[in-house]
Design a protein around this ligand. Structure first.
Ligand SMILES: Cc1cc2nc3c(=O)[nH]c(=O)nc-3n(C[C@H](O)[C@H](O)[C@H](O)COP(=O)(O)OP(=O)(O)OC[C@H]3O[C@@H](n4cnc5c(N)ncnc54)[C@H](O)[C@@H]3O)c2cc1C
Length: 311
């Protein structure tokens, strides 16, 4: 494919107009603070650069992976054999009274602040969820019974065949922590979100409530973790339960592997206490899954995305 590493770097630079970096530690791009070195890494700050980087790797049949803020990813200790493209395309615009157009690399917090400033309500539940709009749409992020998919009107994507396309909400087939982006290799470029008319004071109150609730339940700001480790499962009876409730009943909060531990305040958070490896985290998660399966016959499914070194 590429005879030498330098061939990739120089051809990438010619095609994209900016160089990529070599041998970048992924632990610096993951909130878990875990992950070996990626062969190549590119921080895409404009749509043009993102699109040309993706088109370059696609035409070269070279392995690649898009990341946003790295708040829901667990990288491998062996890093990644290919190119990591970090989406840093930011931008926000109010295009109608209650409609916001937002670029996919924009942090959710900037979106929430913008909506407060512009008096657009309905997005308060996103306050405190870390990461970018792209990562949020990919996994249909949400909280308190609301999710980002329910706000999405339409979006622009870069399709698997390398074309940019506008798609409507139903294209995404949103479900619980699920969107179609999980099964194809579309890259989200921007979205239009439908808000609600609300007074600024009411929006502010909603944001504060979201942040307060999170503060009580979640590990302190800055803790190395990736949010809820497992999705909330559906019991054979059809009832949906909190994964944390099942984990509590198998004494998960006492479990630890290496420097990976279950957070004492919430059994569905695995935290890196310092120098945990990806392997520690996955072993601990595997043990928790086994215990829950043994006791309840329920197979927990990871919400956190593990990226193997060899794609
Ligand atoms: C303390 C804490 C609390 C959290 N609370 C919540 C919560 O309440 N609710 C919730 O839903 N999540 C929560 N999370 C998880 C996380 O914040 C969300 O999943 C967030 O949406 C991840 O965004 P990201 O940009 O960091 O995505 P990343 O972790 O960088 O990527 C996640 C996935 O999205 C894909 N992706 C990213 N950008 C794009 C794009 N432009 N196009 C296509 N695919 C893309 C990546 O390939 C990857 O597969 C929490 C995490 C932490 C650390």
């Amino acid at each position: 494919m590429f005879a030498k590493k330098t061939d990739f770097v120089s051809r990438f630079s010619d095609a994209v107009g900016r160089p990529c970096r070599e041998g970048v530690f992924l632990k610096n791009y993951s909130n878990f603070k875990v992950g070996g070195s990626a062969d190549y890494f590119f921080d895409a700050r404009t749509e043009k650069k993102l699109v040309s980087a993706v088109q370059f790797v696609k035409t070269s049949a070279f392995p690649y992976y898009i990341i946003g803020g790295g708040f829901n990813i667990l990288f491998s200790d062996e890093g990644f054999r290919g190119l990591i493209i970090r989406n840093s395309i930011k931008g926000l615009k109010k295009i109608e009274k209650k409609v916001i157009k937002v670029k996919s690399g924009t942090p959710l917090q900037e979106l929430v602040d913008f909506c407060l400033h512009k008096g657009v309500g309905g997005l308060e539940f996103l306050a405190g969820i870390p990461g970018t709009v792209g990562g949020a749409v990919y996994g249909n992020a949400g909280a308190f019974g609301c999710d980002i998919g329910s706000l999405l009107m339409n979006a622009r994507i870069l399709t698997e065949s390398g074309k940019t396309l506008q798609v409507e909400k139903n294209y995404f087939g949103f479900g619980y922590r699920w969107s179609r982006l999980k099964i194809n290799k579309d890259v989200l470029l921007d979205v239009r979100l439908q808000g609600k008319a609300k007074a600024q004071a009411e929006i502010k109150k909603g944001i504060n409530e979201s942040l307060q609730t999170r503060k009580k339940k979640h590990p302190p700001y800055g803790t190395a973790c990736a949010g809820s480790y497992f999705k909330n499962p559906v019991l054979p009876s059809g009832e949906k339960v909190a994964a944390a409730a099942l984990l509590d009943q198998v004494d998960a909060k006492e479990k630890k592997t290496g420097a990976a531990a279950v957070y004492s305040g919430h059994a569905n958070f695995i935290i890196n206490q310092g120098n945990a490896t990806s392997q520690d985290i996955r072993l601990l998660a595997g043990e928790l899954k086994q215990k829950v399966y043994k006791k309840f016959g329920v197979k927990l499914e990871e919400e956190v995305i593990f990226l193997p070194a060899e794609p």
